[in-house]
Write a protein that binds this ligand. Sequence first.
Ligand SMILES: NC(=O)c1ccc[n+]([C@@H]2O[C@H](COP(=O)([O-])OP(=O)(O)OC[C@H]3O[C@@H](n4cnc5c(N)ncnc54)[C@H](O)[C@@H]3O)[C@@H](O)[C@H]2O)c1
Length: 347
Amino acid sequence: MASPVRVIVVGAGSRGEIYSNYASIHPKRMKVVAVADPRKFACTKLQKQHNIEDKNIFKDWQSIAEREKFADAVLICTPDRLHKDPAVAFAKMGYHILLEKPMATTAEDCVAIVEACTQNGVMLSVGHVLRYDPLIHKIKELIDAGVVGEVIHIQHLEPVGFYHFAHSFVRGNWRNEAESSFSLLAKSCHDIDLIHHWAGARRAAESQIYRDVFSNQVVNMEFEGGLTAAFSMVAFTEEICKRKTTIYGSMGELSCNGHEITVFDFLTQRSTKHTASSDASTHFGLSGHGGADYHLINAFISAVANNNPSMIRSGPEETLASHLLVFEAERSRLESRVVNCGDDAQS
Ligand SMILES: NC(=O)c1ccc[n+]([C@@H]2O[C@H](COP(=O)([O-])OP(=O)(O)OC[C@H]3O[C@@H](n4cnc5c(N)ncnc54)[C@H](O)[C@@H]3O)[C@@H](O)[C@H]2O)c1
């Protein structure tokens, strides 16, 4: 049997710990060989759990980059503003990369990351966990199977949940844009990515955002071919992150309430229900995002083990395109106008 994929955890906070737990579930598939974090207790915790050698405990990612390459992949789980430099440095060293979302906090940095990965032939998986949520993946499968015909309009709601918003975005890690990133990027790049994905990765033509109070945002988008999409993010909700989606097509309507999918067929006037089960391990805290945390790291490790980037659903090109759409939507908010994607900012 092949030896386990050797990974380095860069940033041993919440996300770094969650992904590294995969090694405890599947020791034959992944081994955590090093960890970097300025917080000693965070390193010690992972060191004990994964039996990491003392010489492979680092205070920051730069100290790892100074060493010769000694693993197959890095899991970059540092704060938002600390993504680009390690991603570019590790790509140049030939490490495959699992990079937490958002890729970076500027469009230029996102482009630089993708260029570095492409030029150095390394795989990149971005932490767009929802791409790996079985129910959300089912929506894409149904669209691709043509159950609603041509997609005409997408309506998508992210109910953040009142206390989740308060703890993460009012007084948590993302309370201050200057220290982290703007809220559409921090919270909703997942959702814009899904809309872009369901739209068939078409080029976005136009974007318009309403309200600058970030506890309640609406983004309207138009894609090539006339497909439109409306996204709402609301903080004041009972449910936490159980997205609601309706996709209107030329032959039917698909709706997902976060628990199941209903497809109404215009011709037969019948509704069909669809669910999706997850075989994700619920051990070691990997059940997050409906099992998607497990599926994302599982796909990344399988891709590296088999040298097969097609196993990654959140790869470089589509993820870059959806991130650029988020930056265009934010430009629309800042400039208070409809933005034609790709045109120059107003001076
Ligand atoms: N995919 C998702 O759904 C999802 C969910 C939550 C967070 N995130 C993203 O994951 C990333 C990490 O978030 P988190 O919740 O784990 O935050 P966290 O604060 O728990 O962890 C970040 C860790 O990075 C460490 N760090 C800081 N500087 C470092 C350096 N120079 N070298 C190495 N480590 C360093 C910190 O000490 C901390 O332990 C963020 O970008 C966040 O936006 C993604």
